[in-house]
Design a protein around this ligand. Structure first.
Ligand SMILES: Nc1ncnc2c1ncn2[C@@H]1O[C@H](COP(=O)(O)OP(=O)(O)OP(=O)(O)O)[C@@H](O)[C@H]1O
Ligand SMILES: [Zn+2]
Length: 677
């Protein structure tokens, strides 16, 4: 393996049309952060780049729907996203945005260079135009049926159902998202990156020279390359984006996927005047952290852009993750099916590291994975509290109890001590190997094994028993426990930096270096440690139930929003309607009908009489809640006996899409017997 002098870590630019959720963290930002922290702890030269992606059609559409400007939208979400990352301790060296001045200049210059070097193909083609909205329909401005999988909601640039990349003119039954009106085809000129010309080179570079890339990444690249590449338009007829810096290109901007990855370069420029060292020196190792929907852009399109430009290095690796789902369903911003980071922090303040731990332990590294609240609770209670926290707490408390916090000396060691010390020395190589191969779950599992070993050492050595007979022996046991605890501050630092900071506070030590991991003389005898608090706390069932209930509510709201409205019934005459005698009445008494789930026996004052009605509403209304309520009642319905009770009429109920029932009541109190007509 090549020895690099420095590492440039980029993480996908989150799209600024919504806040960030657990899928973002698990897929991209937590692994990138672990990698950055791990390298920094070794004293390596690292830059970790992030920023918001603020161009593109979804943002203009959202702005239009909300009656604000695109700039308003991106300002709002950029700040929410930036804060969430900072709260979660994602240690970017810079977190920028693609509406920055530096970015506009950088993207513009990049395009110009390719344009002047003749790297683009200029083509005039017919594209869909919305006469009513007076604009061309690019990307998400147009939807239609996917020619490959028949999904009726495919976009002009992509089908989210089958993952195909499309041209708007490929869509069957295309419709404008803006007006729904007629479309016409109109000529327009754009610039294309001729990816087909890069195909032989890409095949060599990826398929031959980067066989070590993760199978999911390599496999996706291979399937794109096997399918054959085509020229791809890198400009659009839109007014939100980086203007195309070519004469006569008024009203045209760079395609968002052309400008977004250049955002990594602009952000680096904002971070250091030495930016070229990170982007143009072969001794720099560039690594892109992304989720699987971004693979083609980072492995095929952006490298082709960099290659065309000529002076940039290419990524050494693109460790893309697959997707994290939530309780069995795809995470979705538009359906509000997500655990939002800012909301998590409201409900679990101070527990950033718990979430990061769970998301890493369960990361979608090789396949899509599911986040469930039960698993979150179990990992917190059974792993963080019962193993890591328990060991640290016992080690710290016993050191206080026996020695007032003064670390005792290491005396004569038993075979068991030597065995444990030997195992401790072995951890670093294993964790190194996992992290260097982007296997962060495995690395975290190893770190946890270290805590398990501590727990086992303490449980098997039983200092609380030995102390009665052999005080010297206990000094050695406790010294070893303190050394293991100090090692935990190193092993967990890349994964749970807030926790390790707290732990260093207990131990009263400064941050240690990665290469000290395995050292069993980190803390000298005589050093005074502090009184500990609890490192983790148990998460109770009620807290989990609250989250599950919140998701159930979202699910219900989505079902209602998506429910189909039943079609209108056949026409009737007014006479048909007047046959029904519907009155306002007041419920004066209500009791549950014995041995039934659904039925209430109601006594209703109809103004005409007081009568009994049996109504199937018991699942939605309690008897005591309906007494006194004015309702609509059909009074001339032929009586019917239900469960031995004669029901004289019917209370009108409206049924919501989720099946819940609601009375049809007047909005002012009326005289009982008033007619509905
Ligand atoms: N559920 C998820 N699991 C793993 N990675 C994800 C998930 N959601 C988003 N990502 C990754 O996070 C990065 C930033 O995502 P981005 O903001 O572009 O969202 P997106 O994928 O377009 O989602 P959305 O449709 O919600 O906007 C991308 O690399 C994306 O692949
Ligand atoms: Zn499709």
């Amino acid at each position: 393996m090549k020895d690099f002098k420095r590492t440039l870590i980029t993480s996908a630019l989150p799209y600024a049309n919504g806040p960030v959720h657990i899928g973002h963290l698990a897929g991209v930002y937590v692994p990138a952060d672990i990698y950055a922290r791990y390298l920094r702890m070794q004293g390596q030269d690292v830059l970790f780049i992030g920023g918001s992606d603020e161009h593109g059609v979804p943002i203009t559409l959202k702005a239009k729907n909300e009656g604000v400007t695109p700039q308003d939208i991106v300002d709002k979400y950029h700040n929410i996203i930036k804060k969430a990352f900072s709260d979660f301790g994602i240690s970017f060296d810079v977190y920028s945005r693609t509406t920055s001045k530096t970015h506009k200049e950088t993207a513009s210059e990049f395009f110009k260079k390719l344009y002047e070097d003749g790297k683009f193909v200029e083509k005039t083609t017919e594209q869909y135009y919305d006469k009513e909205a007076n604009q061309f329909l690019a990307d998400r401005y147009i939807i239609g049926t996917c020619p490959k999988c028949s999904n009726e909601k495919a976009y002009g640039d992509q089908c989210e159902s089958c993952g195909s990349s499309l041209n708007a003119t490929d869509l069957i039954n295309p419709k404008s998202v803006l007006s729904g009106g007629d479309l016409e085809l109109k000529e327009t000129t754009h610039w294309y990156l001729p990816l087909d010309q890069y195909e032989p080179w890409l095949k060599e570079w990826i398929l031959e020279e980067h066989k070590e890339w993760k199978p999911n990444v390599y496999g996706q690249c291979k399937s794109w390359l096997d399918g054959g590449l085509h020229p791809r338009a890198v400009t659009r007829d839109l007014d939100w984006g980086v203007p195309v810096p070519v004469e006569g290109a008024d009203g045209k901007v760079l395609y968002v996927w052309f400008d977004a990855p250049i955002g990594y370069i602009s952000a680096t420029k904002e971070c250091t005047p030495d930016w070229e060292k990170y982007w143009k020196d072969e001794d720099t190792k560039m690594v892109h952290f992304i989720g699987k929907d971004n693979i083609v852009f980072h492995c095929i399109i952006f490298p082709s852009m960099l290659k065309a430009e000529g002076s940039y290095i290419l990524p050494e690796n693109v460790p893309s993750n697959e997707f994290l789902n939530l309780e069995g369903d795809k995470i979705s911003t538009s359906r509000n099916w997500a655990v939002w980071l800012h909301e998590y922090l409201e409900d679990f303040p101070g527990k950033e590291d718990v979430l990061k731990y769970v998301l890493t332990a369960n990361a979608p590294e090789t396949k899509d994975n599911d986040f469930t609240w039960k698993d979150f609770q179990a990992r917190n209670n059974n792993e963080l509290v019962a193993v890591f926290g328990n060991f640290v707490n016992r080690a710290m408390v016993l050191t206080q109890k026996y020695y007032n916090g003064v670390v005792p000396a290491l005396g004569e060691r038993t075979d068991f001590d030597n065995e444990v010390i030997g195992l401790m020395k072995g951890f670093r190589a294993k964790i190194d190997k996992s992290i260097e191969n982007y296997r962060f779950r495995e690395a975290l599992k190893e770190a946890m094994e270290l805590a398990r070993l501590g727990n086992k050492y303490l449980a098997d050595s039983e200092p609380w028993k030995v102390v009665k007979t052999d005080e010297k022996r206990v000094e050695t046991i406790m010294n070893i426990c303190i050394q293991i605890t100090a090692n935990l501050t190193i092993a967990f630092e890349p994964f749970m930096p807030k926790t390790t900071e707290k732990l260093r506070g207990f131990l009263n030590i400064s941050p240690l270096q990665w290469n000290q991991l395995g050292d069993m003389e980190l803390i000298s005898a005589g050093h005074v440690v502090n009184k500990p608090e609890l490192l983790f706390e148990k998460i109770e069932d009620v807290a989990i139930q609250k989250q599950v209930d919140k998701l159930l509510e979202t699910k219900k709201a989505n079902e209602i929003a998506q429910a189909e409205i039943s079609p209108v019934k056949e026409n009737i005459q007014f006479d048909d309607f007047t046959k029904m005698d519907i009155r306002i009445g007041t419920i004066v008494e209500a009791t549950k009908v014995a041995k039934t789930k659904k039925l209430l026996k109601l006594t209703v004052d109809t103004g005409i009489d007081t009568r009994t009605v049996v109504s199937g509403i018991a699942e939605y209304y309690k008897p005591e809640d309906v007494v006194g309520k004015q309702v609509s009642i059909l009074v001339n319905l032929a009586p019917k006996t239900l469960k031995g009770i004669e029901s004289q009429g019917m209370i009108l109920m409206a049924e919501n899409a989720d099946g819940t029932l609601s009375f049809v009541s007047p909005d002012a109190t009326l005289k009982n017997g008033s007619e509905i007509r």
